[in-house]
Design a protein around this ligand. Structure first.
Ligand code: NZQ
Ligand code: ZN
Length: 382
């Protein structure tokens, strides 16, 4: 095992009554909050009203910045920083899914320091301070509620990139599975793909860490176990609870200890370019890219793929192809796309555009290095 530091300061409140604890946590830091929200689901389903009632009852003032889009853009983060300055807020509440939360993370470090959001993303300007960030999660998928990562898009520079910095850990996150009962089937599928992809990214990092291997595989098996029932019963609290915790665990460090990096992340880096070009939901980009990435790298990481197959099935004689097929079959069974064609982007011009951007931006893994030859082979398979 590699040396590691285990550190996750996020206080997590989970369950039906978790939201009631929000005001007391907020009052430790001030009495005026900026609430960030997305395109309207939180008002449509009453979560915004429930949260703001709790704030009002506790004498906490709030202002809202709404309209953050899926695959969030740097412009929204900058506008929200401006609002935070005008209103002189004490803390931030992100109420939504990964896009809202990631934007809020950037606002929480850019607002108190006056630093430029994109310079922070590019690490040409290092984070120096933050205001407290609180999360009320409405969509189980990214795990951002319990980590220090944020992903933003910049259409001017043609980049979708991530930033990890300890100053972006939320102070506390509130996970009420009831808030995810309204997530539609397609976004539920996307969330399942994402948490499986996170488990695989952790697994494919370097270093010998058998317990982390098993924890990553446990996450994958858990998702494969509840997914068929959940997709037939979207309003089932128990199944939503399982998914919500599963998604958090897949991306909060639990599966990553004992390796030199937190995960490989090459597949995410490739997949982000599909979202950047066509605004494709994050989960869909991953079910398209991950099996192809494994096929192209199968000789370079044959032992790791074989070990994954053994851990997943208990079959000592499983082959590389059979292992990759487990994922393809599962993705197919939940109606996740496996090709660009399946999301209406199967023409030659689409693939050429994607390949060109890959060759320009050179997405790669933290462990497994990708080059133009890999891109050319992957594009053939997706
Ligand atoms: O905008 P609203 O109206 O809120 O609707 C959203 C959006 O359309 C809707 N939604 C959210 N909660 C709902 C709901 N609809 C009904 N009921 C609810 N309770 O779902 C749609 C998608 O929301 P979004 O936040 O974009 O989804 P997700 O949580 O999958 O976040 C995706 C973003 O997170 C990044 C992705 O790249 C993408 O930009 N990621 C962040 C990571 C991190 N910070 O650790 C890791 C991930 O790998 C990922 O890259
Ligand atoms: Zn992801």
């Amino acid at each position: 095992m590699n040396d590691f530091v285990a550190y996750n300061p996020v206080k997590l409140f989970f369950g039906k009554n978790s939201i009631e604890k929000l005001p007391a946590e907020l009052l430790k830091y001030g009495n005026k909050a900026l609430i960030l929200t997305g395109k309207g689901s939180v008002r449509k389903y009453g979560y915004f009203q429930e949260i703001t009632n709790l704030l009002s009852q506790s004498g906490i003032e709030y202002v809202e910045y709404s309209g953050i889009k899926p695959n969030p853009v740097v412009e929204d983060a900058e506008k929200a920083v401006e609002l935070a300055k005008q209103e002189n807020i004490d803390m931030i509440i992100a109420l939504g899914g990964g896009s809202v939360i990631d934007t809020a993370k950037l606002v929480s470090i850019a607002y108190p320091s006056g630093q430029n959001v994109w310079k922070l993303m590019k690490r040409t300007s290092e984070p120096i301070k933050n205001v407290p960030l609180f999360v009320v999660l409405t969509l189980a998928a990214t795990g951002t509620e319990m980590n220090a990562a944020a992903v933003l898009q910049n259409h001017q520079t043609q980049e979708k990139i991530g930033l990890f910095h300890p100053l972006m850990y939320p102070k506390a996150s509130f996970l009420n599975p009831n808030y995810t009962l309204s997530v539609p089937k397609n976004q539920t599928i996307n969330g399942i793909i994402d948490l499986i992809a996170h488990s695989l990214e952790a697994y494919f990092a370097d270093g010998n860490a058998p317990l982390s291997d098993r924890l990553a595989v446990a996450n994958i098996l858990e998702a494969m176990d509840y997914a068929p029932a959940l997709l037939k019963n979207l309003h089932n609290y128990e199944l939503r609870s399982r998914m919500m915790w599963n998604a958090t665990i897949a991306e909060n460090g639990t599966t990553m200890h004992g390796r030199s990096v937190t995960g490989d992340w090459g597949t995410h880096a490739l997949a982000h370019h599909i979202s950047l070009l066509w605004d494709t939901p994050h989960g869909q980009t991953l079910s398209i890219v991950f099996p192809a990435w494994m096929k192209v790298l199968k000789n370079e990481i044959s032992q790791r793929i074989l070990n994954l197959g053994k851990l997943l099935t208990g079959n000592e004689k499983i082959s590389i192809e059979e292992t990759i097929n487990i994922f393809e079959e599962f993705f197919r069974s939940i109606d996740a796309p496996l090709s660009m064609e399946a999301i209406g982007l199967g023409e030659k011009k689409h693939k050429e555009k994607l390949l060109k951007l890959w060759k320009k931006n050179k997405p790669t893994g933290l462990h497994i290095q990708l080059n133009d030859k890999h891109y050319e082979k992957i594009i053939e398979l997706i």
